[in-house]
Write a protein that binds this ligand. Structure first.
Ligand code: SAH
Length: 407
């Protein structure tokens, strides 16, 4: 076997045999292979090398990136026997992913979007977000970490940013993939401390270095617009406000008053700056408080709202945590429903992948019973087109939401 000195890869790729009784997921084109699915999980292959997956008769199944440190031993990159996994293939996927977002981005209205969304763009573990002239890159798998330079070059060629900031960090990368953090400007100019982006004509300040996620919850763009459209003349509670997203869209759509609640002082600072950037007729109130406490307090004070937005952080980090998370969603939604005016609307979200749509429906229905309110479902929310999901990879679905009104 020859070794490619640049990448430490082998030609032809080492062949790993998938157990006959565990090959079914590959037949469904699921892109993850766990170590337990392999007949003899290798112990001597460097992280990130390209391997071939074969069946017990030696027939080709798929080709992907290996990582012996990870629960996910192989991340499939192609099911095509003839496709070579090399810099040209990775670069073409980067270019195509960026090009697919072209129609979403309109410089004077919306100049921020997710350009690469991991498995769905067939670049497993790679996230790239565009904020105006700047890109934030996250590489969370060893299979892709070795293609870092290739990815950066292709991004520069296709998206033409002023600079690219890397935020490859966090527990997943370290614990599950055995990778050290890699953080900082990797190409072009240093981004400013605050980048001001446009989302549907509104302006938001984004902290690329220190903000939550890569700085902004781009996945809610579409849902913010949908929820806001019913906010004319409304008194709105924007719970889990972060930098104000939902509340500012509601204000622009004619809400009379918006109360933003978040436990993070840094988030509320961003929110205040964004309120100042987007003049509207609405009054804004900012509260640094635990949402659960705030909802109880509002009840005691006899306050009511016409629209309540609940966009909490992930409650269930794993399958094991689902029951507790469901309890949390139920209590949270019940507490909010008690504060709605008659005919009032609840926009409620869950970004826990482990809580599926069916369970979330049930939990909100139970919360309505707890609160003694009848709910009429008006709309359901999910992923926007720049956060797509491969149908063969249902684990990619995490965001879901409901819009319901009090009957
Ligand atoms: N709706 C926001 C995103 C919300 S992210 C947007 O459109 O951009 C979740 C937010 O909830 C974070 O800002 C986090 O600081 C906040 N948070 C987490 N737990 C909280 C709690 N118990 N009470 C209040 N805020 C909380």
């Amino acid at each position: 076997m020859a070794t490619d000195p640049t990448f430490g890869s082998f030609d032809p790729p080492p062949r790993l045999t998938v157990r006959r009784d565990r090959a079914e997921s590959l037949a469904r084109r699921h892109p993850w292979v766990f170590a337990g699915q392999l007949l003899h999980p290798p112990t001597n292959l460097p992280p990130g090398v390209v391997v071939d997956l074969v069946d017990e008769k030696g027939g080709f199944l798929a080709r992907g990136g290996f990582n012996g440190e990870s629960r996910i031993a192989v991340r499939v990159l192609t099911f095509e026997p003839a496709a070579t996994v090399d810099a040209a293939l990775i670069a073409s996927r980067v270019r195509d992913s960026v090009a697919r977002r072209d129609s979403l981005l309109q410089p004077d209205r919306t100049d921020a979007a997710r350009l690469i969304f991991a498995e769905a763009d067939r670049l497993p573990g790679v996230i790239v977000d565009q904020y105006g002239e700047w890109l934030v890159l996250q590489i969370l798998s060893a299979a892709m970490a070795r293609w870092r330079e290739t990815i950066v070059e292709a991004l520069v060629a296709q998206a033409r940013p002023q600079g690219i900031y890397e935020r490859s960090e966090g527990e997943d990368r370290r614990q599950h993939e055995g990778l050290a953090p890699s953080v900082g400007t990797i190409w072009g100019q240093e981004p400013p401390d605050e980048v001001v982006i446009r989302e549907d004509g509104l302006r938001f300040g984004v902290d690329l270095r220190g903000g939550q996620k890569t700085g902004f919850y781009l996945d809610q763009r579409h849902n913010r617009a949908a929820v806001a459209s019913g906010c004319g003349g409304a008194e709105v509670l924007n719970a889990f406000a972060y930098s104000g997203g939902f509340g500012l869209h509601a204000a622009a759509a004619g809400a009379t008053r918006v109360t933003h609640v978040d436990s993070s002082a840094a988030a509320l600072e961003l929110c205040a700056a964004n309120i100042a950037r987007n003049p509207s007729g609405a009054g804004h109130e900012l509260m640094q408080e635990n949402v659960f406490d705030a909802l109880r307090r509002f009840r005691a004070e006899g306050r009511a709202f016409d629209v309540i937005i609940l966009d909490p952080p992930k409650f269930a980090a794993s399958r094991q945590a689902v029951d507790r998370a469901a309890r949390g969603y139920r209590d949270l939604n019940a507490a909010a429903l008690r504060l709605l005016t008659s005919g009032g609307r609840l926009a409620t979200f869950s970004c826990s992948g482990a809580v599926d749509r069916g369970l979330f429906h049930r939990v909100v229905a139970e919360a309505a019973v707890d609160a003694g309110r009848d709910l009429r479902l008006l709309a359901e929310f999910g992923h926007p087109a720049d956060h797509p999901v491969l149908m063969s990879f249902p684990e990619g679905v995490y965001l879901k939401g409901l819009l319901a009104e009090v009957v």
